[in-house]
Design a protein around this ligand. Structure first.
Ligand code: COA
Length: 143
């Protein structure tokens, strides 16, 4: 991702998350979003005419945090989200086989995708869930 991608990425995340923010009575905070992007490892998937998806990862000591997984509405349901999580898994493998972790709101349909890909709930807040996926060790499936 380059600096030129940032406005499009912010628009994508803002448009995707607007209903969830509204539900919680939260306003979009552009400064906070840009600070969070600046400290993370970011990937954009682009077609010749549009931004398709955005993945933002934060390297923590004991896990790789999936900060953002955002697919543009016309491109959903075709495996892009799955492919990006697989990409995050490959990076986590390279960084010492760290588990992947993410936060998801309880009523976000993305929960189904994460469960299908092997994420398990490890903690719960009033509105959200923390999910984690431990990576396979050779000959041993993830729990
Ligand atoms: C969640 C998201 C990244 C999935 O991307 P995608 O490219 O559509 O994912 P895939 O095509 O690989 O898989 C589709 C899966 O997403 C899940 N899903 C997510 N949102 C869904 C929706 N609105 N309706 C139905 N299924 C949805 C389903 O589990 C579906 O899998 P299934 O058809 O096997 O049940 C995408 O829907 C998105 O960007 N949503 C808005 C932003 C968001 O909520 N991000 C997650 C924040 S934690």
């Amino acid at each position: 991702m380059t600096a030129a991608d940032l406005p499009g990425v912010e628009r994508l995340v803002h448009d995707n998350m607007r209903p969830y923010l509204a539900d919680q009575g939260l306003a979009w905070d552009s400064g906070q979003f840009r600070r969070r992007v600046a400290e993370a490892d970011n990937f954009c998937l682009v077609s010749p005419v549009a931004l398709v998806a955005f993945l933002s990862l934060l390297h923590a000591d004991d896990h790789l945090h999936v900060r953002e997984l955002q697919v543009s509405a016309p491109f959903r349901g075709r495996g892009v989200g799955t492919w990006l999580i697989r990409h995050a898994e490959a990076l986590a493998q390279e960084h010492g086989r760290k588990p992947l972790r993410l936060n998801v709101l309880k009523h976000n349909p993305a929960l189904r995708l994460y469960r299908r890909l092997g994420f398990r709930v490890t903690a719960e807040t009033r509105t959200g869930l923390v999910m984690e996926k431990r990576l396979d060790t050779p000959g041993q499936p993830a729990p």
